[in-house]
Design a protein around this ligand. Structure first.
Ligand code: ZN
Length: 205
């Protein structure tokens, strides 16, 4: 395979990218000024060493000089530690932060539990979620918000999270809430506009 075809095949493996878009990306790179193509290349090459996963919420964040292993959201003492919003992926947090209405903490589960899939998703951080709930309980955690997309897989993932909470005896008094209506059925959290997310969070039940 020549280098252009190899580049196209990398893009084809990106989430949500088809063969046609992959070709458009690759050909777009061919039209870039050489210095921009070089910068893109060095960003891709260095991203894994300059960005790390937060030990608490598991989102990715840019490493800072202090070498902290928690991200700026988890480290922010002004955030409300009584609330923990569980989302499928890192990019959902960006969407919610943009809505500006949520001041609690997060946890990135790392995927969904599909309704019609018996195989266990190895990327799912069920154990990590359990540990973080246990830790946060001593810091005043009172509510876990299920922030999943409105579709059968999202609902099934919510049930999975609830079953983990039920396994923790001391989590007895935790309230589990769902995002309010307003998010249309089938919609992915990542693509919801800030106003819709704001309403869904304010009207959680
Ligand atoms: Zn964090």
């Amino acid at each position: 395979m020549n280098s252009l075809d190899r580049l196209i095949s990398y893009f084809e493996n990106f989430p949500g990218i088809g063969a046609r878009q992959a070709r458009r990306f690759a050909f777009h790179i061919l039209t870039l000024p050489p210095e921009e193509a070089a910068e893109l290349s060095s960003l891709v090459g260095g991203i894994q060493s300059s960005v790390t996963e937060c030990s608490s919420c598991r989102r990715f964040f840019a490493k800072n000089a202090s070498g902290s292993d928690t991200c700026e959201i988890c480290a922010d003492s002004s955030r409300d530690r009584s609330k923990l919003l569980v989302v499928e992926r890192d990019t959902d947090i960006r969407s919610i932060e943009r809505s500006g209405v949520y001041d609690g903490l997060y946890f990135v589960l790392g995927g969904t539990v599909p309704l019609l899939e018996s195989r266990e998703n190895k990327k799912l951080r069920g154990g990590g979620f359990k540990r973080i709930v246990e830790t946060r309980l001593s810091e005043g955690l009172r509510e876990v918000i299920l922030g999943f997309s409105v579709n059968p897989d999202g609902e099934n993932t919510g049930r999975f999270v609830e079953s983990i909470i039920k396994e923790i005896p001391s989590a007895d008094g935790i309230k589990v809430s769902h995002l309010g209506r307003g998010l249309s059925t089938g919609s992915e959290l990542e693509y919801a506009d800030p106003e819709t997310l704001k309403n869904a969070l304010q009207n959680r039940y």
